[in-house]
Design a protein around this ligand. Structure first.
Ligand SMILES: Nc1ncnc2c1ncn2[C@@H]1O[C@H](COP(=O)(O)OP(=O)(O)O)[C@@H](O)[C@H]1O
Ligand SMILES: N[C@@H](CCOP(=O)(O)O)C(=O)O
Length: 294
């Protein structure tokens, strides 16, 4: 089996009103290159020193313990294109990588449902875990003993991410949210989520962009934490984007642009945003993958 490579995509959760349920897999990846070794060793991204208590290895060990197996010694080299704590789902991608590593090393033959359940248990919500596992746009939620999830791959949009230097931990951005929403407010907020899904399925991207920018669940409470929130949204709209939302809990923002116009809009946005990485991103449609060839 060894050597093998596990690749997991990044993801953008929420898409405005799809708070805690919608997520889109992105073409930025974390890779684990795994090979045989007598001495167990885990090399984190950019490090030449083996770490015993690495986040991903800890996840793998938790999975192994749950299923009563001991993982064989091996050497794991992590490389990642996903910036940490910017709302691009780095923690969920790392969790999925850890689950898949245990799955492969322990020959556990975990089902998709088992991986989704375990990942969601650790992350607390399924909106990044599901796209990291399955690719595309996923909508999922937590029932008592099940995590139903639907997938949509047929999205004809270009994506532009504005990634600032500043990190924002999801935990901190969740602390800004209200504990409860009043009934009429919640009904309006969930109507936006229903409409955004209908707009995506019917490919009405003008309506999609409108709903994307009308979230009531989280963005009104988080936007104060995000520099240039309104500026980015307004400029992107003026240059032709359908809409722009906070990616996950932030700090990145993500624009959805008519297919084929991405690079033109990106070039214009670059001139407006100093200190940001402005990136044209692909949608990943595969989710986590394991390959023998490197
Ligand atoms: N590949 C990784 N290796 C180690 N820790 C990671 C990795 N990816 C994410 N993390 C942990 O998750 C944190 C970021 O998670 P979070 O605040 O949820 O932001 P996001 O998931 O949006 O990037 C990092 O600060 C780090 O502690
Ligand atoms: N629904 C969560 C999503 C967090 O995504 P992340 O990429 O910022 O970890 C939230 O909005 O808190």
């Amino acid at each position: 089996m060894m050597p093998f490579r596990i690749s997991v995509p990044a993801s953008s959760a929420n898409l405005g009103p799809g708070f805690d349920s919608m997520g889109l897999a992105l073409g930025l990846y974390i890779h684990l290159d795994v090979e045989d070794s007598d001495q167990p060793a885990f090399f984190a991204h950019g490090s030449t020193e083996s770490e015993e208590n690495h986040f991903i290895w800890n996840i793998s060990e938790q999975v192994a313990k749950r299923y009563g197996v001991t993982l064989p010694p091996c050497k794991v080299q992590e490389t990642s294109e996903i910036p940490l704590a910017r709302g691009l789902g780095s923690s969920a991608s790392a969790i999925v990588a850890g689950i898949e590593l245990a799955n492969q090393l322990g020959n556990l033959q975990l089902t998709d449902d088992q991986k989704l359940a375990f990942g969601t248990e650790i992350e607390g919500h399924p909106d990044n875990i599901a796209p990291a596992l399955f690719g595309g746009l996923t909508i999922s939620t937590m029932l008592e003993d099940d995590i139903p999830s639907a997938q949509l791959n047929d999205i004809e949009l270009d994506l532009i991410a504005y990634i600032p230097k500043v990190e924002l931990k999801t935990e901190v951005a969740r602390d800004c949210l209200p504990d409860t929403y009043e009934r009429n407010y919640a009904a309006r907020a969930s109507a936006m989520s229903n409409l955004i899904v209908a707009a995506l399925y019917s490919k009405d991207y003008v309506l999609f962009g409108k709903m994307l920018e009308n979230d009531l669940f989280h963005e009104p409470f988080r936007k104060e934490l995000i520099s240039n929130f309104d500026v980015i949204r307004e400029k992107a709209k003026a240059f032709g984007a359908f809409g722009t939302a906070l990616s996950g809990a932030g700090s990145t923002m993500l624009s959805f642009v008519p297919k084929g116009n991405g690079s033109t809009v990106k070039e214009k946005m670059v001139t407006q945003l100093e200190g940001y990485q402005v990136k044209l991103l692909e949608i990943d449609t595969k989710g986590v993958s394991v390959s023998q060839n490197r």
